[in-house]
Design a protein around this ligand. Structure first.
Ligand code: ATP
Length: 589
């Protein structure tokens, strides 16, 4: 089960804290609920009296009198219902205010941090989610306490009529509620899958729309359409499963609500033989049909509908706004790695395998990178270096464990916000047909000419830019060598606002001197740098080195690892034996 499959324990805690913080309002709500349940407590007993002591005894007036007493109880109950809503507001509205304040604080933090931008769409989405939590929380409270008081009142009334009748009703009721509660975790999981499928569909569709030019230019329309279609199918499948699960609700209502009625009808002759009066049998039926059945129906439908939405929505708010004091990553607005003293990267217990039955590429890997870290990752081919960078940058989701960038869970940050958190440069550089300026400003469209020029100088790419005719010069990807394409991609990443840069063999086509200049420029750039090394020089330049070799990863400085890691010693020896790459590889080919 992946991290995101688990129910956030914070939902239970947050709900409990909201109730405890408003103890008085909750006590008032309970008090009015008790009064509201008066008809449920008295209905059967009053009907039994009206029948036995009134209509069947030929005392019509007395019968009507008992029914009038019932009508009075119903009126009192109705007044109490009105008061419960007032108490409900006193519990629910402050909870909503707390959540809304949390969301706004997080949005403000994002908007005021260095390089941050106000993300009104994310704030609006979260505010909508807060309203949804408010409504579903209110519904959940109403149906839960309604069921609790009505069921207890009806069972007490039944107990007063006849303990055997109470047992006949209580046993199937307990089984029915038990069936529903047992299925609840699976329903929550399914609801979560449905919500996630919807979000992923939205993201895929938005990505396809905003990148339609690139998609067409790369001839990838078929693949992108297939991807979006796959996500539509995923969401439809999740919704169908959710609908099928509604059958559990039916089963629960059938067993808990209708079975007691059937048992009472079947056992009626026997009960009458035991001395139960006709009025008492009728009273028991009234308890079940007007008290228990509607309360159970409301509970099951309320929890099975709004209750599931409450859990999943609150879970998302709590996950994207972890808590008020920690730096917060909103859905679409996340903090910069290293803000607020948080490590730039925190990976805990990462386990990843490419197939269900495949051997894990990484198992239980834990890694913390402080802001400003310069790490080189080394290891034999296939050790999982690229897989690790994909996990750290949120392109792959681990089967176990979690990645936090600046305290924000990477899987909770929307893609556009993720692009402002980290930039991953792969070995195969992506360069598109257009001007050099368009290519370089791709991740930071607002970069002015002076900023772009400074980046070109820092990375030593000015000669290439001049040859291409400056920032307005046309770029045709096939006319550039692999090394030149890597230089363009490197300047683009250097300009991006992301404080975390991951270079996955992104300079492998450059000669050692150019590679050193590029890496040095990234090391001087404010932020955190992770380099998948393909030469020993990259490891020597880094502050620390991570060795992946299929066993436990080893982390340390170059000197420490020479002393402690046989794999590292072997890799260093292997690299030392290699001839230096030809500088010509960085030139046009
Ligand atoms: P290299 O230095 O050769 O790039 P690496 O250390 O970066 O290797 P990864 O690319 O992370 O290693 O691959 C780790 C393992 O996972 C390898 O055995 C590889 O074959 C496997 N692997 C990588 N990508 C996939 C994939 N998409 N599907 C299945 N297996 C994969």
């Amino acid at each position: 089960m992946s991290r995101s499959e688990r129910t956030a324990p914070g939902v239970g805690r947050a709900t409990w804290a909201a109730l405890r913080a408003r103890r008085r309002a909750v006590a008032r709500l309970a008090g009015w609920s008790a009064v509201e349940s008066l008809p449920a407590l008295l209905s059967g007993a009053l009907v039994a009296r009206a029948v036995d002591g009134g209509f069947l005894a030929g005392r019509f007036g007395a019968g009507l009198g008992w029914l009038a007493a019932l009508a009075t109880a119903v009126l009192v109950g109705a007044v109490a219902t009105g008061r419960t809503y007032r108490s409900l507001g006193a519990v629910v509205e402050p909870f909503r205010d707390d959540l809304a304040a949390r969301v706004v604080r997080a949005a403000l933090r994002e908007a005021t941090r260095a390089g941050g931008r106000p993300d009104s769409a994310a704030a609006a989405r979260l505010t909508h989610q807060v309203e949804l939590v408010r409504d579903t929380f209110a519904g959940l409270l109403m149906v839960s306490r309604g069921f609790l008081f009505a069921a207890v009142a009806a069972l007490l009334g039944l107990l007063a009529l006849d303990p055997v009748v109470a047992a006949l009703v209580a046993a199937p009721l307990v089984v029915g509620v038990g069936v529903f509660l047992a299925a609840l975790p699976a329903m929550v999981g399914q609801q979560r899958r449905y919500v996630r499928a919807g979000e992923e569909l939205g993201r895929a569709a938005a990505g396809a729309l905003s990148g339609h030019r690139d998609v067409r230019a790369c001839g990838a329309a078929g693949r992108v359409v297939a991807d979006v279609e796959g996500r539509v199918a995923d969401q439809a499948a999740a919704e169908r499963t959710l609908a099928r699960m509604a059958a559990v609700r039916g089963l629960s209502i059938g067993v808990g609500g209708w079975l007691p009625l059937a048992l009472l009808l079947v056992a009626a002759p026997w009960l009458v033989d035991r001395g139960l009066t006709a009025g008492a049998v009728l009273g028991a039926l009234v308890y079940v049909t007007t008290g228990l059945q509607p309360a159970l129906h409301a509970l099951v439908q309320g929890i099975g509908g709004g209750g599931l939405r409450y859990v999943v929505t609150l879970e998302r708010i709590l996950r994207t706004c972890p808590d008020d004091d920690a730096p917060t990553g909103l859905d679409g607005a996340a903090p910069a790695p290293g803000d607020g003293g948080e490590p730039a990267v925190r990976a805990r217990g990462l386990t990843f395998r490419y197939g269900v039955a495949a051997r894990p590429v990484l198992e239980d890997v834990t890694l913390t990178l402080p802001a400003g870290e310069h790490l080189a990752v080394v290891g034999p081919s296939g050790a999982g270096k690229s897989t690790l960078t994909a996990l750290l940058s949120g392109l792959l989701a681990p089967q176990a464990g979690a990645v936090l960038l600046g305290g924000a869970p990477v899987d909770a940050v929307a893609p556009e916000a993720l692009a402002r958190l980290r930039v991953l440069v792969p070995q195969e550089a992506y360069v598109f047909t257009g001007t050099l300026g368009d290519n370089l400003r791709y991740l930071r469209p607002d970069a002015d000419d002076a900023t772009v020029a400074a980046a070109l100088d820092a990375l030593g790419v000015r000669p290439l830019a001049d040859r291409l005719g400056g920032l307005d010069g046309a770029v045709t990807p096939s006319d550039l060598s692999a090394g030149e394409r890597q230089l363009v991609a490197a300047v683009r990443a250097y300009l991006s606002p992301a404080p975390l840069v991951l270079l996955d063999e992104a300079t492998c086509h450059l000669d050692p001197a150019t590679e050193a200049r590029v890496e040095d420029a990234f090391a001087r750039r404010p932020g955190t740098l992770v380099v998948i090394a393909h030469r020993i020089s990259s490891a020597l330049r880094a502050r620390r080195v991570l060795v992946l070799d299929g066993e436990r990863p080893a982390l340390g400085t170059h000197e420490e690892l020479l002393a402690t890691s046989a794999t590292y010693r072997e890799l260093v020896g292997h690299w030392d034996d290699q001839p230096a790459a030809s500088p010509a590889s960085a030139r046009r080919g």
